[in-house]
Design a protein around this ligand. Structure first.
Ligand SMILES: [Fe+2]
Length: 310
């Protein structure tokens, strides 16, 4: 990835819900839990929806200059240790550690598993700048990486749930730390990008898939402000504006799966953002890039520009 000076335009990319692991080698003894239902769903639907052809095209499209890459969860199907290992291999080939940040999704935290067998394998992509090595998701999040005037703040909304539920929760301890991080990064004049798996606005998602403490998250954000909120989970392109005190607004943008063929919903898409300082604020440009079956490549399908005050 290309290094750019603090004065130049910064480019960052948002991917989500890649479900890129392959379960064909899974044996029955690994499925003695909620995982059996998830495995049957993968056999029936997801194994043909999330395609290696799309992932190959995605990798090619990401060779365009990018300063930072955000992945908002659900890289696996059942959160098995071997899936974490497959994802680690894919991320390692994508770019150097430090230029990618990952937040967990509900499929990654499908059932209770040890840190060492799962998220530890993604450590370079989870850990904050200069922080001690975390030994749990509770220690790792919120995560913070600061790159050329941008604070990338990752949240963990994923937790194991009963069968047929895919709810998320941030918890009061994480929200308290988020509150301090937003205040600190605001005082440094940074452009604050908060990214998480679940949609953060109440009513955006079905009840059984919602973020349970979305109101508490918005309370923190209204108190300290934010410049951009990103999420995945719904497998839909979504765009809302969050009203903040003082007449300000912040874009809240969700991407669908970035690996889907579109047989059961939207075809793969990812969002590419360019940010530059303008006067007392910033200009943020969004380029949405969708997979095209003709040509097997990603192309721009829409652009939008936001003037964001400090
Ligand atoms: Fe999800």
């Amino acid at each position: 990835m290309q290094a750019m000076s603090a004065e130049a335009k910064q480019v960052f990319v948002h991917l989500s819900d890649l479900h890129l692991s392959d379960l064909s080698g899974v044996v029955f003894s690994q499925l003695l839990s909620k995982r059996l239902l998830g495995y049957l769903s993968w056999r029936r639907k997801r194994r043909r929806e999330h395609s290696t052809a799309v992932l190959t095209a995605l990798r090619a499209d990401l060779s365009l200059p990018v300063n930072h890459l955000l992945v908002s969860g659900d890289l696996t199907h059942l959160g098995l240790p071997d899936e974490f290992s497959q994802v680690r291999g894919w991320l390692d080939q994508l770019a150097v550690a430090g230029d990618i940040s990952v937040a967990p999704g509900n499929h990654d935290s499908y059932v209770v598993e040890s840190w060492q067998n799962t998220y530890f394998q993604w450590l370079p992509y989870l850990r904050s700048d200069g922080a001690a090595e975390p030994t749990s998701l509770a220690q790792a999040f919120p995560s913070l990486k600061v790159r050329n005037g941008i604070a990338y703040i990752g949240l963990n909304s994923a937790l194991p749930t009963p069968p047929f539920f895919a709810t998320g929760k941030l918890g009061s301890a994480q929200l308290k730390k988020l509150s301090a991080l937003l205040a600190e990064t605001a005082s440094q004049g940074l452009f604050r990008v908060v990214y998480l798996h679940h949609p953060p606005i109440p009513g955006q998602e079905k009840w059984r898939k919602r973020l349970c403490d979305a109101e508490a998250l918005l309370d923190v954000i209204r108190r300290h402000g934010v410049e951009l909120l990103l999420h995945g989970h719904s497998h839909k392109w979504q765009h809302k504006m969050l009203e903040l005190p003082g007449g300000k607004t912040a874009p809240v943008i969700g991407v669908p799966s970035s690996s889907a063929l579109g047989q059961h919903g939207e075809t793969a898409l990812y969002n590419r953002y360019s940010l530059e300082s303008a006067g007392t604020g910033w200009i943020l440009q969004l380029d949405s890039r969708r997979y095209q079956h003709d040509g097997a490549c990603f192309v721009s399908v829409g652009t939008e520009s936001f003037a964001i005050p400090r």
